[in-house]
Design a protein around this ligand. Structure first.
Ligand code: GUN
Length: 281
């Protein structure tokens, strides 16, 4: 079994990006700029935002973070995002999710122009992905593809199963795999025969959010297993995959922490640079 070291691969990517970002600044006289908006006090979101800001510092991206109180009004958040949309020193805008329940997230995200949509959540960017066209792709599924690519996993003609159908991970993940010529099945909480489908996968990607969800019986001998889950048990971070037992069957597996997580942030840095260069459509 080979452990896919996301921490190491993400560090390599950040080093490559640092050089590209320095070159961008040399050639254009501009700094690459990312604005991060956090509303409220969600502890996990605060950690994610802090890690994103730290990664910006490391690669040479200028970051501005905006923290609004949990009771911020819809108008206040929309107006902030609107002003960032109009600010030419801001190349990428990220609104950390989830937003407090009283806010209409869709309307807030709609204020991010697709050229500054570093999360790849806009209808336009999702449409581009669905058509196999150039665009900004959501950071987590993009990070999974980069992990697979740098681990020399061949996708063409292979059977890939994605567990989870979220707009942020499962659906874009499936489209990326399809665009890479894999045969793709998306399973979810209502799927019949889920274990049996998973057990036929050459590449199994879990984005469920339930600890120990993927057990050894669900995994084919020699499969590549990617664990996108981030769950906390007694303050300890665990994925969706029952790592000990699955690692014995898998040819390759990603750990949690140190697998997909660091790649998500590296891809955010990459998407911000793409936005600064101006998306080539
Ligand atoms: N919350 C959890 N994951 C994400 C992400 O990828 N982007 C944003 N904006 N919020 C998130």
């Amino acid at each position: 079994m080979t452990l896919i070291d996301g921490k190491k691969i993400a560090a390599d990517i950040r080093a490559e990006l640092s050089a590209e970002i320095a070159r961008f600044t040399r050639e254009t006289g501009k700094k690459v700029g990312l604005a991060v908006v956090l509303v409220g006090e969600d502890p996990a979101s605060k950690i994610y935002v802090r890690n994103k800001i730290r990664a910006c510092e490391e690669v040479g991206i200028y970051s501005a973070s905006y923290t609004l109180p949990a009771d911020a009004t819809q108008e206040a958040v929309e107006s902030l995002v609107g002003s960032l949309a109009d600010d030419s020193s801001v190349h990428g805008i990220l609104v950390q999710l989830p937003l407090p329940a009283h806010l209409n997230a869709e309307r807030i995200l709609a204020r991010i122009p697709s050229q500054k949509d570093v999360d790849g959540f806009s209808a336009e960017n999702i449409g581009r992905l669905a058509c196999g066209k150039n665009g900004i792709v959501a950071c987590t599924p993009l990070g999974v593809m980069e992990l697979l690519r740098r681990s020399h996993v061949n996708l063409s003609g292979k059977y890939a199963v994605v567990i989870g159908r979220s707009n942020i991970v499962g659906k874009p993940m499936a489209m990326l795999l399809l665009n890479a010529d894999a045969t793709v099945t998306v399973c979810h909480s209502h799927s019949d025969h889920l274990a049996e489908i998973c057990s036929r996968a050459d590449i199994l990607i879990s984005a469920v959010g339930k600890p120990h969800f993927v057990t050894a019986e669900m995994v084919k001998e020699g499969a590549v297993v990617v664990d996108v889950g981030i769950n906390r048990i007694d303050g300890k971070l665990v994925g969706d995959v029952d790592f000990e037992s699955v690692a014995e069957k898998a040819a390759m597996i990603t750990p949690v922490p140190g697998g997909v997580g660091p790649m998500t942030i590296a891809m955010l840095m990459k998407n911000t640079l793409i936005c600064a260069r101006g998306l080539q459509i």
